[in-house]
Design a protein around this ligand. Sequence first.
Ligand code: DGY
Length: 385
Amino acid sequence: MALVIFPFKEEEPEVLLRNVEVALDHPRVSEVLCVGASEDRCFDATSAEAPKLTKSYGKPVKVMVQERIGGLRPGKGDGMNTALKYLLEETDHERIHFYDADIVSFSEEWITKAEEAADEGYQVVRHYFPRSSTDAMITWMITRTGFALLWPRSVLPWIEQPLGGELLLTRGAAEELFSDPRVRRQSDWGIDTLYTFSMVAHGLSISEIYIDVGKLHKLYGALTDLKAMLIECFSALQSLKDEPVPEGTKHCIEYPGPVRQEMKEKVGYDLERSLQLLRTGWSDRQAELLELFPRPVREGMLACREYPRFSFMDEDTWAEVYSVLLDHFDPGDDDWRELLFKLWLTRVLQYTTTVALRGYDYAMHYLHRMVARYVHRSLTGSSAA
Ligand code: DGY
């Protein structure tokens, strides 16, 4: 039987409570735990309902505030790790499911498909779903790129949504992850990177299941909304760069279905407001740090102080920039943080205007081929056609 977790922070209580009921209704689920970042309005509303739900479904519903487990900014990582600790120390459930609390399209299918893949013997099941071609820009430009460049022989580059927060772990897999000090330390947005990394590093078998309705969560305004997440996801990856990962672990991906027109037409972020960000927040020190980068990058970035430029940041240039960042980026340094953000912004804008503009199917094919080319580059030292 399974424990279902909803980590949350300032969510709409109605959405979370509806999702809790969907989980309670499922025959495989025997307990639901909501882990809040703090005692916010959602925490109070959910705590007030929990005893009634426990009574009407005859299954425990608990609400708790996340513990301080890690060593970085207290965030989603502490929430997810609090749930693993609860599973291992307070219960004997055989499986744990994680779902983001804000999914408005959550249904019993999410649980059933995950349970079925676990019944087949997989130790980890990851949900994936269609996303707009200009969404997931940290996933593609930071995480999948980094996994391809750093661990090209492992399954890491091929994991569809390595930052996804919807997954199932068997109790054994949860034990492996929670006993990994790198995972426990990662209290911030880097947690998804760490879970993905650690499951592959420990050789766990992974099944990725496709949920065609997707998450239908709201998209972003200017890309500044993603700044903290970007920095924490890159730092997490950088902290792992010298760690070994085995080759050839068991991994299967369910073939995706047709994507709805609405998703294909969705624009992931506000282009005009994001362009503006390239001109602001410069310091002399950032200009000095640019000395570490290849000349076209240095010149292009400095020109951004006058007028937004980004056409220089193509796929190969980004790989060079990425390796400089891996060697030199300092997450504790504000100038480095700002520079990483701006460099990533130029990559996202270059991709948006030369690739995403050509349509959804072209863009998704490009992004998958891009990862394959980075794998090739890392294995052979040369770019693939
Ligand atoms: C990602 O890149 O996957 C983040 O969720 C932002 O979209």
